[in-house]
Design a protein around this ligand. Structure first.
Ligand code: ADP
Ligand code: ADP
Length: 225
């Protein structure tokens, strides 16, 4: 179960003058929805994602994941960074099992899940590689396998494919779509690319800037296989 509830959420960064990054945001994300936050630079997309991740605290309003107020990062919300942020001295396999290992989860269980997730992202044959031996897209696939192995049911991605070349970006978009179709996690990703939003998302929230607001919610008709 992953249900994200945002009501009347505001975020102002202190400063001279203060910056009102989010102004009365409402959204409700049911489990398994694939959401794009779309809008121009500075409209508060990253701020909203960082609040849901628990990296920042709201100034006011309600922010809940599974009926629990969000105060801090947690394993049910996995964040995929633009650079996959892998441990460079650990192999793909060691990177993927690191989280559950640290949490002391049952080994047989997380190893089975790690194998399954590495297969889903197409890296089963790369378990013993180091991150430096992989392409950028492959490193990101490890990042995705890692949070899925940890059991995250909410994937948060800030311009996940922004640093990749056009061909790799397409491959990664298709991969993310197939992960979503297989496992139905809730995905919220930030993009300023309307084509990417329409290709991937089932729901698009269009945001506008100064102050950051949600302008419209678009349900994307499923034009997919
Ligand atoms: P987007 O992701 O849509 O480009 P951001 O969430 O990064 O938008 O930024 C929204 C607004 O908040 C911008 O005006 C930005 O300059 C400001 N902002 C973002 N982070 C901070 C911060 N840590 N301190 C002060 N202002 C910030
Ligand atoms: P990505 O889209 O994951 O970045 P690339 O298309 O950049 O992958 O591929 C980088 C190199 O790695 C290519 O030579 C590609 O053939 C190889 N490669 C990528 N994934 C696999 C895989 N699952 N099995 C074998 N080779 C792969």
């Amino acid at each position: 179960m992953s249900n994200i509830t945002v009501q009347d959420l505001c975020k102002t960064y202190p400063g001279q003058p203060p910056v009102k990054a989010l102004d009365h945001i409402d959204l409700d994300v049911p489990p398994g929805e694939f959401v794009a936050l779309l809008g121009p630079s500075g409209c508060g997309k990253s701020t909203l994602l960082n609040l849901i991740a628990g990296f920042e605290l709201p100034s006011s309003g309600v922010l809940q994941v599974n009926q629990q107020a969000v105060h801090a990062p947690g394993p049910e919300r996995g964040v995929v960074f633009q650079e996959a942020a892998l441990f460079p001295w650990l192999t793909v396999w060691e990177n993927v099992i690191f989280g559950p290992q640290m949490q002391g989860l049952p080994k047989a269980e997380y190893e089975e899940r790690a194998n399954e997730m590495l297969s889903i992202v197409g890296l089963h044959d790369f378990k013993n590689h180091l991150p430096v031996q992989l392409s950028g897209g492959m490193r990101q696939r490890v990042g995705i396998a890692r949070i899925l192995t940890l059991g995250s049911r909410v994937l948060l991605m800030d311009e996940p494919f922004g640093a990749l070349d056009a061909q790799t970006r397409l491959t990664m978009q298709e991969l993310l779509l197939s992960v979503w179709q297989k496992l139905k996690p809730t995905i919220i990703f930030v993009t300023h690319d309307i084509d990417e939003a329409i290709f991937l998302a089932s729901t698009i929230y269009v945001m506008s800037a100064r102050p950051g607001r949600i302008q419209s919610k678009i349900n994307v008709p499923l034009a997919r296989p």
